[in-house]
Design a protein around this ligand. Structure first.
Ligand SMILES: [Zn+2]
Length: 218
């Protein structure tokens, strides 16, 4: 009887695990989300390296984003809320506000490259234990006007590793503070946690419990 119970139960457990562990393209669930994987271009501000000091490599082969399916479901909740906004900071948004993703799943080999260039654990997770990005459970993102695609002004550019990128930094114009707060409020509502040192980084609960992955998206 016990054996029969296990035979029935095991496929159910296996199904539940694969459903939450799966990496998916958030575009499939949220067609109007904007994907701009900065590490798939040379147009990124990684480590604040001045242009010319060091050639900026393309860390990714493609602009296709992957994240855990449970993160994509949460992100849909966030985008559905943002899309309904018509006025914010005295500006009108005829099609609402949306999300632009700068980074999602990141191969662990890329994490080792980041660490080699800048071994600072405030901004770069030590690859020996791995980043939540290597597990598909963390997302770097900002807000855009869905009608124009224009980014809303935020405290810093992406990957500006300075105090100004921190949530506790308040010496900023009120509209920029309101934009950062809007992003945090909506992401918290959708079930993501913020990261204190970087206004653009959010992650799902228990992101560290998912497996570390290391493959390039082609
Ligand atoms: Zn991040």
């Amino acid at each position: 009887m016990k054996k029969l119970f296990l035979i029935i139960l095991l496929p159910i457990v296996a199904f539940c695990q694969s459903a939450v562990d799966e990496l998916v393209n958030p575009k499939d669930l949220i067609p109007d989300i904007v994907i701009d994987l900065r590490y798939s271009t040379k147009d990124h501000k990684f480590l604040n390296l001045p242009q010319g000091d060091m050639p900026l490599p393309k860390f990714y082969a493609t602009n296709e984003c992957l994240i855990l399916s449970s993160a994509a479901v949460r992100l849909k909740t966030a985008q559905d809320s943002l899309r309904k906004i018509r006025t914010h900071n005295s500006q009108s948004y005829p099609q609402g506000i949306g999300i632009k993703i700068w980074d999602g799943y990141r191969p662990r080999a890329v994490q080792w490259l980041f660490w080699e260039i800048f071994p600072n654990s405030t901004y770069i997770a030590d690859p020996s234990s791995g980043s939540k990005h290597n597990r598909g459970g963390a997302i770097d993102l900002t807000l855009v006007d869905l009608a124009t695609g224009q980014e809303l002004p935020m405290p810093t550019l992406f990957d500006d590793f300075s105090d100004q990128a921190s949530h506790s930094y308040t010496n900023l114009p009120p509209d920029i503070l309101a934009n950062r707060t809007l992003l945090k409020t909506v992401m918290n509502y959708a079930g993501f946690s913020e990261y204190e040192a970087e206004w653009w980084h959010y992650e799902i609960p228990y992101a560290s419990s998912y497996p570390l992955l290391d493959f390039q998206v082609k």
